[in-house]
Design a protein around this ligand. Structure first.
Ligand code: 9Z3
Length: 342
């Protein structure tokens, strides 16, 4: 018997209803074809290849169908993009489902305001544009890894924007990944909105301020915009129960701001969804500490020591060890240690 939701419907029903009443993203069928080809390629060419779906970045909740305003979820995509690089290093093929324009594996080193690519470049005496001497070694390493991933078709980049796009994509990808069986891993680092506006209640056009209404200015409460959001169905239970391949490993992230809630919320999620692992993090310390919470009651903190805190924590190596133990796989050891226990 599938577990029941607060509204009395079995877990899958709420999600089914969601997909009938909200429109799929325009790119869904082209993304499905790309993902099918990607999985097929790896099944045929390297049948032992493990494939991870990494989700990354925040989902939006549009307030209008022709969207001018939207609610956003916090996430730059650092965790997802960094983790994808480490999964690639560990020999995984990666489907990177990411918020459009958020950070991407490899290019993340040279994008965004703090890492503007122009600051890494120079003009040589003969007028050629070159990489500055002090950045050559690192950029060569990043470039080699990037080319390795590209040349071996190990990285598939698929963008989403809204929470509805995200859920349609997640469902399709999980189903497409079914032939992988226990070689599939789900690493759900995207920051997914808990609330949304259902299609039938969404304004078509830009919401007007009351100033524009015939009959005058309006003030105070009459000019407030009251937004009424519904809860997003608990898709994680449906992912675990029916979309994902049997025997696959499913890892979700839990983001909190209140330290006293983090571990209990992670435990609650595991009890509710019956997946493998919740990686908890706090907004303020997420770059150097995470907690692994497993259904057997294990609570394990992984910390980057103070001296190395300029590096982002990924936790992937620890996780890969767990996945391999779960499936009795041999471990392929690759360099690039990221985490240290503290
Ligand atoms: C996370 O907790 C991620 O680690 C961060 C990464 C969003 C904090 P950045 O991209 O940040 O490096 O800037 N993701 C949150 C996952 C989430 O929203 N989980 C939901 C939940 O726990 C659905 S699985 O309810």
């Amino acid at each position: 018997m599938p577990p029941h939701q607060a509204n009395g419907l079995p877990a899958g029903h709420e999600a089914d209803d969601y997909f009938h009443t909200n429109p799929p993203p325009k790119a869904l069928s082209s993304h499905q074809s790309l993902a099918r080809e990607f999985i097929q390629y790896h099944l045929e060419n390297s049948p032992r290849r493990k494939v991870v779906l990494v989700t990354s970045g925040g989902t939006t909740v549009p307030l209008e169908n022709q969207t001018v305003r939207f609610i956003d979820n916090f996430s730059a995509g650092t965790r997802g993009a960094t983790s994808a690089e480490y999964f690639l290093q560990e020999g995984y093929a990666v489907i990177f489902l990411h918020r459009q324009f958020s950070l991407l594996p490899y290019s993340r080193h040279y994008s965004h305001s703090t890492n503007c690519f122009l600051d890494f470049m120079d003009e040589a005496e003969d007028g050629r544009v070159i990489v500055r001497k002090e950045y050559q070694d690192k950029m060569r390493r990043v470039l080699q890894q990037y080319h390795h991933a590209k040349d071996n078709r190990l990285l598939l980049l698929l963008p989403f924007t809204t929470v509805t796009d995200y859920l349609f994509e997640l469902r399709s990808l999980a189903v497409i990944m079914q032939p992988l069986g226990n070689r599939a891993l789900f690493y759900l680092a995207a920051a997914v909105s808990d609330f949304f506006i259902p299609r039938e209640r969404m304004e078509e056009h830009k919401i007007q301020s009351r100033d524009n209404d015939a009959g005058g200015q309006g003030s105070g409460a009459s000019r407030q915009l009251v937004v009424n959001l519904d809860p997003v169905p608990k898709f994680l239970s449906t992912l675990v129960q029916s979309w994902a391949p049997k025997g696959s490993m499913i890892v979700s992230f839990k983001l909190e701001t209140n330290p006293s809630l983090l571990v209990s919320k992670a435990e609650q999620a595991l009890k509710r969804y019956h997946h493998d692992l919740v990686i908890g993090n706090l907004l303020s310390t997420r770059k150097w500490e995470v907690v692994f919470v497993t259904s057997d009651g294990e609570e394990r903190w992984i910390r980057v020591p103070k001296a190395r805190r300029s590096k982002s924590i990924s936790g992937v190596e620890e996780l890969v060890g767990k996945a391999e133990r779960k499936h009795g796989m041999e471990h392929v050891d690759l360099e690039g240690g990221t985490v240290t226990e503290g």
